[in-house]
Design a binder for this molecule. Structure first.
Ligand code: SAM
Ligand code: SF4
Length: 329
């Protein structure tokens, strides 16, 4: 089997494709309230271009693809795109991260199109606070979306929670309790300084370790071995719980040594590290008529330049220029 190996002997097999920088929410940790300046329509890769790049990447050794954004369900034709991607021979795992607002009618079509796993972002269980964090979102749409996703056979559904001090850190135990009652995986994500206008400040940061300490007040936390789908999350469960808990400690205990990811932005830039603004322009090459072999070589070169590690910590941070919504978090 062909494998993509970078300069630090990491096996790169995971591509996150951001299909749009548009979003129907304005989460306070991701975007300013007026939104970001959007990539022009002509600069967004078409589905045909995305598929071509995905096929080449899979031939080179990518086996896992996640569709993200912006809000992926806000781009028309996403179900057909999922269907086409799932037909690429060699893809073993096809997943999506969504804010869930448009999920309810889309869940079954996505499942039938071949989507295997879903992560849904939900940062508060309190309807008013949810609306505040997302600047306008209605939690009832997420609840309906989760229900449809369960009925469509997505299991377990993963819930992404970005923990921010003074905003939702008081709900850590409520989210943990949810994993006791339901077969859900709640993933606590450290607030990251990605993008220039995401409001990140040290005082707002809550480390994965601190989150775990809060959860221990409701029951013993048992560490679990990480599985194929858990990625960089450290996995735990509360004794007797149906579901599981994941902790993504991107800043306090970075997982760069095992990072297996590449990201493709909506305008066709390949990024090898979430925290680095270094990008390789695939769109121009594709539109100049570059051959598949030449594109494969460019992807290989990009992988060889993947940094050994990022240098952001909870103390020393550097905001990267593109925001999460334009990279594909
Ligand atoms: N719109 C979709 C959503 O919200 O699920 C997909 C794109 S969003 C950029 C992907 C993930 O990145 C979400 O789980 C979101 O919570 C997370 N995210 C965005 N900004 C973040 C930040 N500053 N720190 C940590 N996670 C962040
Ligand atoms: Fe949109 Fe997702 Fe960013 Fe929220 S986190 S503003 S839903 S892209």
């Amino acid at each position: 089997m062909i494998q993509l190996i970078d300069s630090y002997n990491r096996h790169i097999n995971y591509l996150r494709i951001s299909i749009t920088d548009r979003c129907n929410l304005r989460c306070i940790y991701c975007m300013p309230k007026e939104g970001i300046s959007l990539i022009g329509h002509d600069d967004i890769l078409s589905y045909e271009e995305l598929l071509r790049i995905a096929c080449i990447a899979v031939k080179k050794g990518i086996t896992k693809i996640r569709i993200t954004g912006g809000e992926p369900l806000a781009r028309k034709g996403v179900v057909q795109f999922v269907s086409a991607l799932s037909g690429i021979q060699g893809i073993q795992d096809l997943s999506m991260t969504t804010n869930g607002i448009l999920l309810s009618p889309a869940a079954q079509p996505l499942r039938s199109a071949g989507l295997k796993r879903l992560n849904i972002s939900l940062d508060s269980l309190n309807p008013d606070k949810y609306t505040m964090i997302t600047r306008g979102g209605d939690i009832n749409q997420i609840i309906a979306g989760m229900k449809s996703a369960q009925e469509a056979g997505f299991s377990p559904i993963k819930i992404n929670v970005v923990v921010i001090r003074g905003i939702n850190d008081d709900e850590i135990t409520s989210f943990a309790k949810l994993s006791m009652e339901k077969n859900l995986q709640v993933r606590f994500i450290e607030y990251m300084p990605v993008g220039m206008e995401n409001g990140w400040e040290k005082e707002r940061f809550v480390s994965a370790d601190e989150i775990r300490q809060s959860i221990k007040t409701i029951g013993p936390l048992l560490e679990l071995p990480s599985d194929n789908g858990s990625g960089p999350a450290q996995m735990y469960t509360i004794e007797g719980a149906q579901g599981r808990l994941g902790f993504i400690s991107a800043l306090s205990d970075h997982f760069c040594a095992t990072c297996n990811r590449l990201r493709l932005t909506p305008d066709g830039k390949l990024r090898t590290c979430l925290f680095s603004d270094a990008e390789v322009d695939l769109k121009t090459k594709v539109r100049q008529g570059c051959s598949d072999d030449a594109l494969a070589d460019i992807i290989n070169e990009a992988i060889l330049s993947k940094p050994q590690k990022h240098h952001a910590t909870e103390q020393v941070f550097k905001k990267c220029i593109r925001g999460m919504s334009a990279i594909g978090g």
